[in-house]
Design a protein around this ligand. Structure first.
Ligand code: MRU
Length: 361
């Protein structure tokens, strides 16, 4: 996708230095475009934990590059494979909910051998492959999701209003996004779409990042408070809900950014289709249902402080009584019964064991 007309991915190997990975540091969006260099496993772990990079597919790819750094660093370590396994554990622990992280690290671990001379180049090559495949998955989700929007437009003959939560756009991935891929595909095809963007407290990934992306691509959108979605649905102002997923279990339960469940409840109550952009890298076939997913709890300061730009400077300001405690559950589980369908890279299926098995034998 483009920023100020220039093509970008969210993560890439530095042009003139194969031992440096560059990322867009998302903490400063939409106000500043900051490119950060990552050079060690610890840099990658911190970037994931502190959400310089975020979004399930992107943290998976970042961790894959982290494993490449682990192999480079391990060459100077007496216990070569031990160092790599310890680095893998460290990366996996950076954020617990999105399964893409462990999935990508495990992919890299499957190549680990004592051959320290060639392992770094193998892991680099595979990190690039994981990145490429991640882009292709999102593109395919766009292709499979597009007819859903086309059908609504064909029926209503007016702008299709889509509500989305958090940022499941290209900034959460490498390109295209998951939830946003069908939206970009529809917009690019000339279908009139308008996106209701949930601000998504506490870190405001919707207000800051989804809005930024849509703005850059010229997609009409409106930022709304997190609690506005139900009201808009009751008044016929939402035709479709499209969200992403951090982990979908084998029964079709969907874990995504906190607040997704409430949107699904409201969509069900108002007969509005609720679809999830779900690349296979986000599907955890080892878990029976969403209640087995570890839900990340983040620091209270994310709830108590709000970040914005004032007088040309990015600042954090206190929003609450200083001493009031705050809780910060980062994700919730939307039960499969509230999900109309999962849009994967190989087709759309019902959010159920049977649906998933039909696609992923
Ligand atoms: O805490 P975040 O910002 O990493 O949460 C991201 C989300 O919940 C996204 O919706 C999800 O990862 C899907 S991204 C394509």
């Amino acid at each position: 996708m483009k920023i100020k007309g220039k093509n970008f991915h969210t993560i890439w190997l530095k042009d003139d230095d194969e031992q440096v990975v560059q990322i867009i540091d998302q903490r400063f969006l939409p106000h500043e475009l900051v490119i950060e260099n990552l050079e060690t496993v610890d840099d990658v772990e911190r970037a994931i934990r502190e959400m310089h990079v975020r979004g399930a597919p992107l943290i998976g790819v970042a961790a894959a590059f982290g494993m490449y750094f682990a192999a480079l660093e391990a060459v100077d370590n007496q216990q070569f494979t031990k160092y790599i396994y310890e680095s893998a554990d460290k990366l996996k622990a950076a954020r617990p909910t999105a399964v893409n992280l462990a999935w990508a690290v495990d992919q890299q671990l499957s190549f680990v051998s004592e051959n320290y001379k060639i392992l770094p180049s193998i892991l680099l090559e595979n990190a690039e492959l994981i990145k490429k495949e991640s882009i292709e998955r999102c593109k395919k989700i766009g292709e499979f999701g597009l007819p859903l929007i086309e059908e609504i437009f064909a029926k209503n003959k007016k702008v299709v209003n889509i509500l989305t939560h958090c940022n499941a756009g290209w900034m959460a991935c490498i390109d295209y996004g998951t939830a946003t891929a069908p939206i970009y595909a529809a917009h690019d095809k000339g279908i009139p779409v308008h996106v209701w963007v949930d601000e998504t407290r506490p870190r405001n990934q919707g207000a800051r990042i989804t809005a930024f992306e849509l703005q850059e691509h010229g997609v009409p959108h409106t930022i709304i408070t997190d609690n506005a979605g139900g009201h808009l649905m009751q008044h016929g102002k939402v035709d479709l809900v499209l969200v992403g997923t951090d982990r979908t279990t084998r029964n079709g339960d969907v874990c995504n950014k906190i607040g997704t469940y409430l949107k699904a409840l409201a969509a069900k109550d108002n007969n509005i289709p609720f679809y999830v952009g779900a690349p296979s890298s986000s599907i955890d076939f080892s878990l029976r249902n969403g209640f087995e997913i570890p839900i990340e709890e983040r620091g209270a300061e994310e709830v108590k402080y709000i970040q914005g730009k004032h007088d040309g400077e990015i600042k954090k300001i206190l929003l609450t009584p200083e001493k009031s405690p705050a809780a910060n559950f980062a994700f919730d589980v939307t039960p499969a019964r509230l999900v109309t369908g999962l849009i994967t890279e190989i087709g759309i299926c019902t959010a159920s064991r049977e649906g998933l098995l039909k696609l992923f034998h």
